[in-house]
Write a protein that binds this ligand. Sequence first.
Ligand SMILES: NC(=O)c1ccc[n+]([C@@H]2O[C@H](COP(=O)([O-])OP(=O)(O)OC[C@H]3O[C@@H](n4cnc5c(N)ncnc54)[C@H](OP(=O)(O)O)[C@@H]3O)[C@@H](O)[C@H]2O)c1
Length: 364
Amino acid sequence: MSGLKVAIVGVGAVGQEMIRCLQESSLPLKEPPTVLARSARTLILDGQEISVHECSAEMFQGKDLVFFAGTEGEKGAIRLFGKAALEAGAFVIDNGSDFRMVDGVPLVVPEVNGEELERLREPGEVNLPGIGLVPRRYVANPNCSTIQMVVALKPLHQVAGLRRVIVSTYQAVSGAGSAAVKELEDQAHRILHKMDPGPPQAHPLPIAFNVLAGANWRFEEEGYTNEEWKLVRETRKILGLPDLPISATCVRVPVFTGHAEAIYVELERPLTPQEARDALRSVPGIIIVDEEMVLENGTAYRTYPAPKDVVGRDEVFVGRIRRDPFNPYGLWLWVVADNLRKGAAANAVQIAEELVNRRIVPVN
Ligand SMILES: NC(=O)c1ccc[n+]([C@@H]2O[C@H](COP(=O)([O-])OP(=O)(O)OC[C@H]3O[C@@H](n4cnc5c(N)ncnc54)[C@H](OP(=O)(O)O)[C@@H]3O)[C@@H](O)[C@H]2O)c1
C-alpha cells in the first residue's frame, strides 16, 4: 500500500493537536504517526490510547515527514534531533522559532505564500545555526499570532497595498504550552476557593484574573518583547515586504485557547469596510463575523468573533471591520483564531498537504 510514514516529536499543547489534525487530514498515511517525546509513556487522547516513544535518532529511519512540536533552544527537540531526521531522508516541518528567520528557510502559511515551498527543490543544503548544513527539506511554521495576522493582511494588501500595521494581541495561555494551561486552571481554582495561589511558574506574574503585557516573553530592543519582534519580522518575511512598518503590543490574557488581535492597517488607497469584507471573504480560510443586527430589546448590535467560539476550528475569523474616522487610509480589524490549530498544528498539516499536492514530497 502506498502512503506516507510520519512522526510527531512532542506531545504537549501543540503535539496533541498535531495528532488530531493528522487524523482529520487528507494526507495519505501508510500507518498511524509515530509519536515521540522526551520520555516514553501511554497518552490518553480523546479516549484513545497512544503509545509515546522516547525520541532517538533511530526513530526517524524510513519516515517521509516529521513534525517537530518540542520546545525551542539548545535542549529543544529540533536542535537535538532535527539533523538526524533530515539526514534520514525525511521532510521536516518545525513549529518552533529557532530557524524561522534563516535565509533560505521557507516560512509558510499555505494560502499566503505556499509558493515558497518550491525552494525545497533547489539544489544544495541549508545552514541552520547550531545544527550546521542540512538537506534542504526543512520548513518553518510561523508563530501563532503571525499566522492569523498574515492570513487577514494578504487580501487587503492585494487590493489596496499595505502602508503600515499596528497590532495589539490578546493571547491565550495555551500559547505558552501545557504547563501554562495547568497553571491558569490551578490559580483560578485556588483564588475562587479563597486559597493562596502560590508563586507563579509559567509567567512572572499570576495570569488568573489578570492581563500581562510582558507575559513570559523576553524584553529586547526599544522595549519590545521577542514575541512582538517575531510578529514584525515573520510578517515581513511571509508577505515579502521587508520594510513594512509594523508595531506590536503582545498581551497574554486568561483565556485557555484562541488568540485575538486588534489590527490597524494604513493602506495605499482608501478602502471601504464593505470592500475590505469582500476582499477578505474571497479567501477560503477566512470567515467574516460582522453582521449588523437588532437585539430583542431593540438595541443595535454587531456580531464579532470571540476566542471561545473558534476553538477547534482551522479558519481565521474577522470582525469589527471599520474605518478610521480621522484617516481615510486607515481600517481596523478584529482577528481571532485557534492558536493550537491554525496557529500551529493545522497550519503545519496544511504545509504537509501542500508539499504533497505540489509533489515536492513523493507518496510511494
Ligand atoms: N502553543 C502554541 O500556541 C504554539 C503555537 C505556535 C508554535 N508553538 C511552538 O510549538 C512548540 C511546542 O509547543 P507546546 O506549546 O506544545 O509546548 P509544550 O506543551 O511545553 O510541550 C512540549 C513537548 O515537547 C517535548 N520535548 C521537549 N524537548 C524535547 C526533546 N529534546 N526531545 C523530545 N521531545 C521534547 C516534551 O516532551 P515531554 O512531554 O516528554 O516532556 C513535550 O511533549 C514550541 O516550540 C512552541 O514555541 C506553540
